[in-house]
Design a protein around this ligand. Structure first.
Ligand code: KG4
Ligand code: ZN
Length: 350
């Protein structure tokens, strides 16, 4: 069967997103309804509220998608949905919707690992981009989001070796917790990024985590605790007046901690093609430092545009259509999983 267009659904966390993607990675349309305002009073994502909101948002979003793309169901060849890892209640909304559409319209459908989708995001392109990224396998990829900080050797489609991962907090989680402690609100990463633009990144000394440890693992809880202690040691006035310096110093420590590992892996593997992906790769300082690093070392660096760095269904659609093209699909028994499946990724010691 030929697969030209896939309809994709992403509801693994708090963003509801739907998209229609072509097999070559062209995004016909990708819609995202975020829930920042409903979670804001709680200073973080409340799973129950997230899944309820997905149920409210998903059908209107699908109607809008079909209307805006002018595609009839006979032009949609399959359905892809994030089935893992994520919040079970949230995943369930996307999966039940995908299964129902697959049954009603008699289409094959496939469950996708959210991290695999992030890894493949640089293959997406759309009308706003002048050209495709030109990325080819193999490459080294750093996936950095609110729930994950992982370094992969991406050998080929479906062949991903996990080189390192965070042993505690994810980088995005550290950004969010730091921002919350400083009173910047939720979601924190983008606010820290914005504040840091007016700050001095050398104003405060914070630890660069695990830079001397073996391997490629990350850790952010030590940095987070040091930053919290620093904030607590300041008076109310200084906290407010030095907010930009605090943000810049914290952001610099996260960026350097990420870059130390990325640099070590690129050299260790002799890999000169590098991808940054996931919500934290939207960070402007990280993009700048990574671009300078790549240029200095003659590495090819690929970072998806912001709209495909944060959670979106287009990346799920791309992973889905590639797998459907290989003859893979799921049955109506597909269930959500909070974690990866054993076959999703390999690890050096397995
Ligand atoms: O990939 P993503 O949208 O959702 C998850 O799968 O987690 O990533 C969300 C994370 C949040 O922690 C958010 O604070 C962080 O990405 N983030 C940023 C920026 N934009 C989003 N962190 C730092 N700087 C940013 N500009
Ligand atoms: Zn994500």
């Amino acid at each position: 069967m030929s697969f030209q267009h896939v309809l994709a659904i992403e509801t693994s966390c708090d963003d509801t997103s739907v998209a229609i993607v072509r097999a070559d990675g062209f995004v016909m349309r990708c819609l995202v309804a975020n829930q920042d305002l409903v979670h804001k009073p709680f200073g973080g994502i409340v799973p129950e509220i997230a899944s309820r909101n997905h149920t409210l948002q998903i059908l209107p979003l699908l109607d809008e998608l079909i209307e805006k793309t002018h595609l009839s169901w006979d032009k949609i060849d399959g359905i892809a949905v994030t089935s893992r890892p994520g919040l079970i209640g949230s995943l369930l909304v996307g999966i039940v919707t995908a299964k129902t559409l697959a049954l009603v319209h008699n289409k094959p459908f496939i469950g996708i690992n959210h991290l695999e989708a992030h890894l493949l995001a640089p293959f997406l392109f759309d009308e706003e981009m002048s050209k495709k990224s030109g990325l080819k396998f193999p490459y080294l990829a750093l996936a950095i989001s609110g729930g994950h900080t992982q370094l992969y050797d991406v050998k080929d489609l479906g062949n991903y070796l996990v080189l390192g991962r965070t042993v505690d907090d994810a980088a995005g989680e550290a950004f969010d917790k730091f921002a919350k402690h400083l009173g910047l609100g939720f979601p924190g990463g983008v606010r820290v990024d914005r504040e840091a633009k007016n700050g001095d990144c050398r104003a405060y000394t914070l630890p660069r985590t695990m830079n001397k440890a073996d391997g490629y693992d990350f850790s952010f809880s030590g940095l987070k605790s040091a930053a919290v202690r620093l904030i607590d040691s300041l008076g109310v006035d200084e906290r407010a007046s030095r907010r930009a310096d605090l943000c810049a110093s914290f952001q610099e420590a996260v960026v350097e901690s990420l870059m130390i590992r990325l640099d070590k892996a690129a050299r260790g593997l002799g890999c000169d093609r590098v991808v940054l992906t996931g919500g934290v790769s939207a960070n402007s300082r990280l993009r700048q430092v990574a671009a300078e690093w790549a240029e200095k070392n003659n590495f090819e660096l690929y970072i998806p545009p912001l709209r495909y760095c944060t959670d979106n269904a287009a990346m799920v659609g791309y992973a889905g259509i590639q797998r459907l093209l290989r003859g893979e699909c799921n049955s109506q028994n597909l269930a959500p999983s909070a974690d990866d499946l054993p076959e999703d990724f390999t690890r050096p010691l397995e």
